[in-house]
Design a binder for this molecule. Structure first.
Ligand SMILES: Nc1ncnc2c1ncn2[C@@H]1O[C@H](COP(=O)(O)OP(=O)(O)OP(=O)(O)O)[C@@H](O)[C@H]1O
Length: 301
């Protein structure tokens, strides 16, 4: 189990994280979400032992994770961290970048494992390609495979699919997260992408105002966001009389005590997001059709 106890961290005088407390059981998957600059990457670096906390402790099972002021070499065998920078060896092949992290004593197993991981990240056709000749998204996939080479007990991922195009992203996400579950590898993913969270996270940690706003399942957070920052992570939403309503929870109706003037109409795949001006406050309502700009419509929930 990962245990984060009362963690505090500042860059110089700027406080970034305060009183961070949470646990993550072995094999579980957690997403960390929060606005840009809320400290997601900083928290991953503290968990990995790349930064020294000002106060507080991090444990994986019974081992305390210590920062650079206590450790000459950052990192532990049971934990791997894939940063946004990748840090690969450009002049050797994809296969060699991954195999380098495997034992030389068992050459056949080494190659077999490298190929297994290349398959997980769907890079079979690039196995022999030098990393310098890969695109950003392909490099990101090599970094993921390399982190899995020695099969850590816990994997930390910072925006793991940020460089990967939408064609590949969906299947790659399933492949990686299913692989982690099948090998009982716990995982913490810092992400801005709701699709990394909804189908894959067992729990979500929401960072806000330097601390943990909430820790809950994706289902609970989505269905009962309670806070605009949480709703905003998932979908377009409105706050009406202090309650949060997603755009799809409001409907255009024949008559109601709520009405607004159409100011915009945006296709979203399923239908249209209609922007309504209600006494200078904007409401956003999902509707099957685009509505005429400046027309008046009733809506309700
Ligand atoms: N090395 C550093 N020195 C000083 N300040 C830093 C440093 N690294 C990050 N920060 C600041 O710390 C805050 C948290 O940064 P962090 O990268 O952890 O946020 P984040 O939530 O991961 O952001 P994003 O979603 O944009 O990646 C930011 O305000 C950032 O400017």
């Amino acid at each position: 189990m990962l245990r984060v106890d009362n963690l505090h961290f500042s860059y110089g005088k700027t406080e970034i994280l305060k009183s961070i407390n949470f646990n993550l059981k072995a094999r579980r998957h957690m997403s960390i979400i929060g606005e840009s600059g809320s400290g997601k990457s900083t928290l991953l670096k503290l968990i990995y032992g790349e930064l020294d906390a000002n106060k507080g402790q991090v444990f994986w099972r019974d081992t305390e994770i210590l920062g650079p002021s206590h450790n000459l070499v950052v990192g532990y065998d049971f934990m791997k961290y894939v940063t946004q920078e990748f840090d690969l060896m450009p002049f050797i092949s994809v296969e060699d970048n991954i195999a380098k992290h495997l034992s030389r004593f068992y050459p056949e197993e080494r190659l077999e494992r490298a190929h297994e991981l290349i398959k997980v990240v769907e890079l079979e056709e690039f196995a022999q390609t030098k990393v310098k000749n890969l695109s950003g998204g392909q490099k990101q996939r090599v970094a993921l495979a390399r982190a899995l080479a020695k099969q850590p007990e816990i994997l930390l991922l910072d925006e793991p699919f940020s460089h990967i195009d939408n064609f590949k992203k969906q299947s790659l996400r399933r492949s990686i997260f299913n692989f982690l579950k099948s090998k009982n590898i716990a995982c913490i993913v810092a992400t801005h992408d709701r699709n990394d969270v909804l189908g894959f996270a067992d729990e979500v940690l929401v960072l806000h105002n330097q601390t943990v706003l909430r820790q809950d399942t994706p289902q609970q957070l989505y269905q009962s966001p309670k806070h605009p920052k949480i709703a905003a992570f998932f979908e377009e939403f409105n706050v009406i009389d202090g309650e949060i309503y997603y755009a799809h929870q409001l409907k255009i109706v024949e008559s109601s005590n709520m009405q607004g003037v159409v100011k915009g109409c945006y296709f979203n795949g399923r239908g249209w997001l209609v922007e309504l001006d209600v006494n200078n406050e904007m409401r956003i309502v999902e509707h099957s059709d685009c509505l005429e700009i400046n027309s008046l419509h009733y809506f309700s929930y």
